[in-house]
Design a protein around this ligand. Structure first.
Ligand SMILES: C[S@@+](CC[C@H](N)C(=O)[O-])C[C@H]1O[C@@H](n2cnc3c(N)ncnc32)[C@H](O)[C@@H]1O
Length: 198
């Protein structure tokens, strides 16, 4: 099977291309609730940018638990700025106008604070997105994906696409109702309300 970074480069080429989202050279990229997946996400973004001749990203990866990204931080070193903070108040920690924000597998259903907490995170992300920027979120089961759609909408973003991802990863488990749990099975793209139509 294709490695997750190559798969992510393809996901970005497919979905950013489909919705005509163009990144500038050396874009500012945010990875929220990154965990150790920051490694694959970063490499996927870097590979996508290389294919487009857009240089290296300025990549900021955030997770509320330092331990969640420890391995990724040791692997990526200086390439990525890692930040341990609660993304519900992200604008207290990072400034800027992000061209791309990624959030892979936010735990809307299983997290103790649930969808309301993630809604606050997406509201912060919305405030930090460039007007031409894009948020890309993936989930591994429908139980997260449906509340995710609601949370992103309530955060004041405009959903461009929400549905199955044509480049999912491997199935790693099965839910109690039989649904196969698969990395990046569903994908959602959203923009600021003030951004260009698309
Ligand atoms: C299911 S894990 C997904 C990790 C990674 N993105 C992936 O795809 O494997 C959800 C991550 O979100 C982080 N998280 C949860 N709430 C957060 C918050 N309020 N601020 C920042 N990170 C948060 C958790 O610590 C955890 O690492």
């Amino acid at each position: 099977m294709e490695s997750p970074d190559k798969r992510w480069a393809r996901i970005l080429a497919e979905y950013l291309g489909k919705f005509r989202i163009e990144l500038p050279r050396f874009p500012l990229v945010l990875d929220v609730g990154c965990g150790n997946a920051a490694v694959w996400n970063y490499l996927g973004v870097a590979e996508y940018l290389k294919d487009k001749g857009l240089g290296m990203p300025h990549y900021i990866a955030v997770d509320k638990e330092e331990a969640a990204f420890q391995k990724a931080k040791s692997q990526l070193g200086e390439l990525v700025t890692f930040l341990a903070c609660d993304a519900q108040t992200l604008s207290d920690y990072v400034k800027g106008s992000f061209h791309l924000a990624l959030c892979t597998h936010p735990d809307l259903t299983t997290s103790p604070q649930g969808p309301k907490m993630w809604q606050r995170v997406f509201t912060e992300v919305a405030g930090l997105l460039d007007p031409r920027g894009c948020l890309v979120v993936t989930s591994f089961w429908v139980q997260d994906h449906i509340p995710l759609q609601v949370a992103v909408d309530r955060a004041g973003l405009r959903i461009l696409y929400s549905g199955t991802n044509i480049f999912p990863g491997r199935i790693f488990d099965r839910a109690s109702d039989g649904e196969p749990l698969q990395y990046d099975k569903y994908i959602l793209l959203a923009r600021k309300l003030s951004g260009p139509e698309g």
